[in-house]
Design a protein. Structure first.
Ligand SMILES: O=C(O)CCC(=O)C(=O)O
Ligand SMILES: [Fe+2]
Length: 373
C-alpha cells in the first residue's frame, strides 16, 4: 500500500518541522520552503492530477518547427514567403515553435538569469515583501501557494516575479528585488522587453500575412505597454512525480515567448504530452487564446504545463504579449465565409481577463466560454 502522500515527499515535514535544512539535499539550499511558511504536503497532488517527469517523451527535434529570422534579413521575397508559410503552418499545427537568429543577445539573457537566481535565493520573508496584490494584479512576487487551480486548490511547486513595463512600480520592484544591483537590472529587463516587443511585432506581421489578411493587422491591437515579463523558478523537487510546476493551461494572451535552460515545459500534441528540449540561445514561442480568437481558430492556443526536475532548479523567462485592455478582438472579415463561420464572439482583452479572475472557467477552457455554438 502506498504511504500517505506527505510521507512520500519529505517525511520530515509531516512531523511539522518544515525548515529548509530538513528537506534533504535536493531542497536544502533553497529558501523556497523556509521558515514554516509553506506546508510541503500541500504540494502533493491527488493521483489523478499527477504527470510524467520532465525527462519523458521529448519532442522530436526533426519535427518541431524552427523559425529562422535571419532568412528575412536578405530582403529575398521568396525566402520571406517560405518563412511566412513555415510560421503559419507551425501556428496552425503545433501552436508552438522555436525562434533562432532572433537578435536577442544571449549575454543579456544570461545576465538576467544570473540576477533572477540571486533573487529567488533570498529568504522567503524578503521575497514576500514584494508579494503581488492578487487577485487584482499579478505584479510582483507570487509564491507557488497562490498559483493554484481556479478553485484555489493544488498549489504549484514554483514561485515567480512579474514585471509590467509601464507600471510606476517597475523600478521600485526591480530595486526592491535587487537593491545591490544599482539599477542595472532594471535596464537589462527593459532592454529585454524592448527586444520582446520588436520580436512579437515582427511575428504578428508575418502571422497576419500568413492568413492572407489585409484589413486589420494584429499589430493594431497592441503597443509596447502591452507586455508582461515573468521570471519563474521551479526548485528541484525530490519527488517530481508527486507535484507539478504548473498545471495544464493555455495562455489567454496573444502570444508568449519563453527562454528555458532546463527541461520542464511540456506541450500537448495530438493527445500526447511532449517535453520541449531547451537549447542555448533559442526562444520558444506559443500562440495564446487571443491569437486563436482573432485567426478564427486557425492558429492554435495549445495546452502546456511544467514538469519538475529532481536535481536541478529550473528558471524560465516568460514574456506575455497581450492586447490593449480596450482592444476588441474579433476575426477579420477575410477569414469568415460560409465554409468558415465565425467561431468566437468579439471580446475585449479587459473582458477576457475579467473572465479569468472571476474563476468562471475550468483550466484550458476559457476560450470555449466565448465560442459561438
Ligand atoms: O515556465 C515555463 O516553462 C512555462 C510557463 C508558462 O506556461 C506560463 O507562465 O504560462
Ligand atoms: Fe503558459
Amino acid at each position: 500500500m502506498a504511504p500517505a502522500a506527505g510521507e512520500i515527499l519529505v517525511p520530515e515535514v509531516s512531523a511539522g518541522v518544515g525548515k529548509a535544512q530538513h528537506l534533504g539535499d535536493g531542497l536544502g539550499h533553497h529558501s523556497f520552503f523556509e521558515g514554516d511558511k509553506h506546508n510541503v504536503q500541500e504540494f502533493v497532488l491527488p493521483e489523478a492530477l499527477r504527470f510524467d517527469s520532465a525527462f519523458d517523451n521529448f519532442v522530436d527535434d526533426a519535427e518541431f518547427p524552427v523559425i529562422d529570422l535571419s532568412t528575412l534579413a536578405s530582403g529575398d521575397e521568396k525566402q520571406r514567403q517560405e518563412t511566412i508559410a513555415r510560421l503559419a503552418h507551425a501556428a496552425e499545427t503545433w501552436g508552438f515553435f522555436k525562434v533562432v537568429n532572433h537578435g536577442v543577445p544571449l549575454e543579456l539573457i544570461q545576465r538576467i538569469l544570473e540576477q533572477v537566481r540571486g533573487f529567488f535565493a533570498k529568504p522567503i520573508e524578503e521575497k514576500l515583501e514584494m508579494k503581488s496584490d492578487m487577485p487584482r494584479s499579478y505584479f510582483g512576487y507570487t509564491p507557488g501557494t497562490m498559483i493554484t487551480d481556479v478553485d484555489g486548490q493544488h498549489p504549484s511547486w514554483t514561485e515567480r516575479l512579474y514585471f509590467k513595463r509601464k507600471e510606476d512600480l517597475f523600478r521600485k520592484l526591480a530595486q526592491g528585488a535587487w537593491p545591490e544591483d544599482d539599477g542595472r537590472i532594471s535596464e537589462a529587463i527593459l532592454k529585454y522587453m524592448d527586444h520582446m516587443d520588436a520580436l512579437t511585432e515582427q511575428l504578428f506581421e508575418l502571422l497576419t500575412e500568413g492568413l492572407g489578411v489585409k484589413s486589420e493587422k494584429l499589430t493594431a491591437f497592441h503597443d509596447n505597454t502591452c507586455g508582461g515579463f515573468n521570471v519563474a523558478h521551479y526548485p528541484a523537487c525530490p519527488r517530481p512525480e508527486l507535484a507539478r510546476g504548473l498545471r495544464a493551461h493555455t495562455d489567454p494572451h496573444t502570444m508568449a515567448v519563453l527562454y528555458q535552460e532546463y527541461p520542464g515545459l511540456q506541450l500537448l500534441k495530438d493527445g500526447k504530452w511532449l517535453t520541449v528540449r531547451p537549447e542555448a540561445g533559442t526562444l520558444f514561442v506559443n500562440v495564446g487564446d487571443i491569437l486563436q480568437i482573432w485567426s478564427n481558430g486557425r492558429y492554435q492556443s495549445v495546452q502546456h504545463r511544467v514538469a519538475l526536475n529532481p536535481t536541478a532548479s529550473r528558471y524560465s523567462l516568460i514574456f506575455f504579449k497581450n492586447p490593449r485592455l480596450e482592444s476588441v478582438i474579433s476575426a477579420p472579415s477575410e477569414l469568415i465565409d460560409e465554409a468558415h463561420p465565425r467561431k468566437y464572439k468579439a471580446v475585449s482583452w479587459a473582458e477576457y481577463v475579467g473572465m479569468i479572475s472571476k474563476g468562471t472557467t475550468k483550466p484550458g477552457l476559457l476560450i470555449d466560454k466565448i465560442a459561438i455554438a
